[in-house]
Write a protein of this length. Structure first.
Length: 229
């Protein structure tokens, strides 16, 4: 089974943290360096879009009831990646605007994001349902061959609560973002920023840890060992 959810998680975490920082600059009246942000969103967006689409249409996660991961990981990654690519294109095309008067540029960007809020809210709704699904069906338990996470595989509710909570906090940020823009209640954006800071940091750390735990799992399976840490 060839998977790459480690890179997806790390990139999604970086993308969430980056967009939270970018949004904080917009709402805080700070000058936005549009070319730098365009490059950042372009790199993270292309990676997530490509890997998310590939997961969505080819289902590389397969066997032993693990097929749900194609839905839970691939589809949100593809949607988020497309949004980041949009942000990259917008910031690159409007770099002259962002080089000018700060308040005008930031207000214009927030107005441009308003229609995008519809799709962000839709993704947030989907993530919220996925969060419930993780807990309801106790999905995500690691096999005993996987170091660290596998030590708790006999208690599937633990990882289900962790994954459900992680998807849920990201969903909360997306729904707050959509409500804030579509109702012109921009004060709610600060809570979206905090939700994505927390969710992004956890995604980033979890994805980084998985480079170790997944390689350890493959090593244990290949060599018949049972390294737990």
């Amino acid at each position: 089974m060839v998977v790459y959810n480690e890179l997806v998680a790390v990139t999604a975490g970086a993308g969430l943290l980056g967009f939270a920082w970018f949004l904080a600059q917009l709402t805080g009246g700070k000058r936005v360096e549009s070319e730098g942000w365009a490059a950042f969103f372009g790199v993270t967006g292309v990676l997530l879009l490509a890997l998310g689409l590939h997961t969505t249409v080819t289902w590389p996660f397969g066997g032993e009831g693990f097929e749900y991961a194609n839905v839970a990981f691939g589809q949100p990654a593809a949607g988020f990646g497309a949004l980041l690519v949009f942000a990259a294109v917008y910031l690159w095309r409007h770099r002259t605007l962002f080089a000018g008067e700060v308040d005008e540029a930031n207000a214009t960007a927030l107005r441009a994001l308003k229609p995008v809020g519809i799709f962000v809210g839709a993704l947030g709704l989907g993530m919220a349902v996925l969060a419930i699904t993780f807990v309801r069906f106790q999905l995500g338990a690691a096999p005993p061959e996987e170091p660290i996470s596998g030590r708790f595989g006999h208690l599937p509710i633990l990882e289900a609560l962790f994954l459900g909570g992680l998807w849920g906090i990201v969903a909360l940020g997306a729904l707050l973002f959509a409500i804030a823009l579509l109702t012109d209640r921009h004060q709610l954006l600060r809570w979206a920023v905090w939700a994505w800071v927390v969710g992004g940091a956890v995604f980033l750390l979890f994805g980084a840890m998985n480079f170790y735990t997944h390689i350890g799992m493959y090593y244990n399976i290949e060599h018949g060992t049972m390294y737990k840490w």
